[in-house]
Ligand binder design. Structure first.
Ligand code: NCD
Length: 309
């Protein structure tokens, strides 16, 4: 990456360690600025379009908040049903349309590769906010920012990624970024929901220590961080398979008491039942701080894309 001006954000693999350092620095700056004032003028006159063809609360609203806090404007499609996608319009044609109105596009769509299709169709920057079970690079960047803030460093990390590693785009993207920092990775899932082979083998080729297990307690004991995920019910072709694996891993206060050490817990949210509410006031429970960090990181990415960092 190095210079994000005018570029798309489609895949976590486009970022280097140096890029992440710059993103963290800028996010710290925006976080500080927002303590002093509610908005900046950096992107005055620019318009961001958010196109969400799948449900979203945090990602869409934090992008829209980020753009507005930077002084820019937002236009939005909040569901496939409310746009011409419902009439059968292709992603490429929708993107071409939106590019007539906006200066950048954020898109979430159920199909793998959809953000790239949009990016190929238009001259303006396109940001992938989740393409099916593929990637979610901006989530991974805000996860990294959160880890940096919670643990104080990205060195010598041991991370347990837990739950739906097969369909979870957040873990696909985050594993990629953590590999830049040579983190040790525990992949904890039921057999049916293992991390895709191509991801695991590419991590191993890079020399990353990857341990696959179904034993959450063992992995958590060896880790400083648990990254919990929701089982992605909407991606199962066969719902009886979902019934078999739902509720596989649950973190509650008694689990943490048994662990008998402080651990940081992240979750991209939404949660279903995988983190009990009795964990919410545990000091290491960072998932609500994590979602707030989304605003600072997305302000950073937007300002970089528009060449205004
Ligand atoms: C995630 C997503 O949409 O991939 N949510 C998010 O962006 N914060 C995770 C999920 O839906 O489980």
């Amino acid at each position: 990456m190095s210079n994000l001006k005018g570029k798309d954000i489609l895949h976590a693999s486009q970022f280097t360690k140096k890029d992440i350092d710059a993103i963290i620095k800028n996010a710290i700056y925006f976080e500080k600025e927002l303590k002093r004032r509610s908005s900046l003028n950096l992107l005055k006159g620019k318009i961001l379009a958010t196109l969400f063809f799948e449900p979203s609360t945090r990602t869409r609203l934090s992008f829209e908040t980020a753009m507005q806090r930077l002084g820019g404007g937002v236009i939005s499609v909040a569901s496939a049903e409310s746009s011409s996608a419902a009439k059968g319009e292709t992603v490429a044609d929708t993107a071409r349309t939106v590019a007539q109105y906006a200066d950048a596009i954020v898109i979430r769509h159920p199909r793998l590769g959809s953000a790239k299709e949009a990016a190929n169709a238009v001259p303006i920057p396109v940001i992938n906010a989740g393409d099916g079970a593929g990637q979610h690079p901006t989530q991974a960047l805000l996860d990294i920012y959160t880890i940096y803030k919670e643990l104080g460093s990205l060195k010598n990390l041991a991370v347990a990624m837990v739950g739906d590693l097969k369909y979870g785009r957040t873990v696909h993207a985050l594993a990629e970024l953590l590999s830049l920092f040579h983190a040790r990775l525990y992949f904890v899932s039921p057999d049916l929901l293992r991390m895709p082979d191509e991801i695991t083998s590419s991590l191993k080729e890079k020399g990353i220590e990857v341990i696959e297990t179904d034993d959450l307690f063992k992995a958590a004991s060896a880790s400083s961080l648990i990254y919990m995920t929701r089982i992605q019910k909407e991606r199962f072709g066969d719902l009886s398979e979902y019934e078999r694996v739902k509720g596989s891993y649950i973190i509650n206060r008694s689990f943490l008491d048994r662990l008998n050490k402080k651990i940081t817990i992240l979750h991209p949210l939404p949660r279903v039942d995988e983190i009990s509410t009795d964990v919410d006031n545990y000091p290491g429970a960072a998932y609500f701080r994590q979602m707030r960090n989304g605003v600072f990181v997305r302000m950073t990415l937007l300002s970089m894309i528009f060449g205004k960092q």
